[in-house]
Design a protein around this ligand. Structure first.
Ligand code: NAD
Ligand code: ISE
Length: 337
């Protein structure tokens, strides 16, 4: 029988996930939707799906067995807590929550429930290129990882909506999570530097350099640029003791024309990570059908939240700011790796 899912938030990524849940993936059907913009929800709801007035009504609906949260970050905590209260598996887009206190409330609720219910939307972990890179690091043939360079370039961001804090509390969470996962490490400290400002972004503080100091001593050097115009360019390279392992520069269509022979660059994350999002939901559907969750956990969402907070502090202080995590509950022993 297929998993009956309700989606909260039908903006850009909510619509993309709705498409994959209705047209690409199997063993799942979207039976309910909710959005504070009711008109938007009504115009997008698949035939036969219940149009719920509130996220509360969707989460409590008898038809809904599992929930997908694609609302704005500040709304996630309340919606996650409600899913946990009724024991329904839930996929939640990043950022899991927007404060350390919020992350601890969600963690306490899930630990008290006694079983994992939450998967956080860190889709890079499901990408074939990142999985191949991790396999090389994990097999140890290049020795220990020492330095990881993570390049995160967006073509553009919505003017006025994407603020100068967002490279640090919205975009960086992906680099922070993938660094912990790739290097099998935790983040102990964060530094932030601002190079010359790009004229592409107007008043926006862009680009941003972040150094993540790992517990092992390895250092991750993150470039976040959000107005590079030419496409969505994601790169990663790990320097180890006896060799270097890097993501392939994503092959795309090869175009031959009067400018020469060139490879197209993905336009945005929906294109670059299309298979990763599909796989993230395949694995979510499999776990949610068993009443639980796998993949990136509340622990990982908590870690990313602490890193975002430390990065915001580091941007102010100009110094290295510490990340200090609570002891990991047994429920999360198998995650992050
Ligand atoms: P968006 O603004 O396009 O859409 C958000 C939708 O949620 C809107 O339709 C809005 O009306 C609705 N909404 C907001 N608060 C709500 C609430 N309390 N209850 C019900 N509906 C609510 O934003 P988006 O770009 O689709 O981003 C949504 C979330 O997904 C964000 O947390 C964002 O960070 C995340 N995201 C993740 C990725 C990724 O690569 N994993 C990519 C894009 C966005
Ligand atoms: C967006 O919300 C995402 O999650 C994308 O993956 C990221 O590249 C982008 O910078 C964010 O704004």
């Amino acid at each position: 029988m297929s998993l009956q899912v309700g989606i909260i938030g039908l903006g850009m990524i909510g619509q993309d996930h709705l498409r994959r849940l209705t047209h690409t993936l199997s063993d799942v059907s979207v039976v309910a939707v909710a959005d504070i913009d009711r008109k938007r929800a009504a115009s997008i709801a698949p035939a036969g799906a219940e149009l719920c007035d509130t996220p509360h009504a969707l989460i409590r609906s008898q038809k809904v067995q599992a929930v997908v949260i694609c609302s704005w970050g500040p709304a996630h905590e309340e919606q996650l807590l409600e899913c946990i209260a009724v024991g329904k598996p839930v996929f939640c887009e990043k950022p899991m929550v927007t404060s350390e206190e919020g992350a601890l409330r969600v963690m306490d609720a899930e630990v008290a429930f006694g079983r994992r219910l939450v998967q956080v939307g860190f889709m890079r972990r499901f990408d074939a290129d990142y999985r191949a890179l991790k396999a090389v690091i994990d097999d140890g043939s290049l020795g220990l990882p020492l330095i990881y360079r993570s390049v995160h370039r967006n073509a553009s961001v919505p003017e006025g909506l994407y603020t100068s804090e967002m490279p640090l509390n919205d975009t960086l969470v992906h680099d922070a999570d993938i660094s912990r996962w790739l290097l099998n490490d935790e983040i102990a400290g964060v530094e932030v530097r601002f190079p010359r400002r790009s004229r592409q972004g107007g008043e926006l503080r862009d680009p941003t350099i972040v150094l993540l100091h790992m517990v092992s001593g390895a250092i991750v050097d993150v470039e976040i640029s959000v107005n590079i115009e030419y496409g969505y360019d994601i790169r990663g390279e790990v320097s180890c003791e006896t060799g270097v392992a890097a993501l392939p520069n994503r092959p795309a269509t090869v175009i031959s024309d009067r400018y020469g022979i060139r490879q197209a660059i993905p336009a945005d994350f929906r294109e670059r990570f299309i298979e990763a999002y599909d796989q993230e939901f395949r694995e979510w559907i499999a776990a949610a059908s068993q009443g639980t969750a796998a993949g990136p956990s509340v622990w990982d969402g908590y870690a990313a939240t602490l890193v975002a907070d430390a990065a915001l502090r580091a941007a102010q202080s100009g110094r290295r700011e510490a990340v200090s995590m609570k002891p990991k509950a047994g429920l999360y022993a198998e995650t992050s790796r």
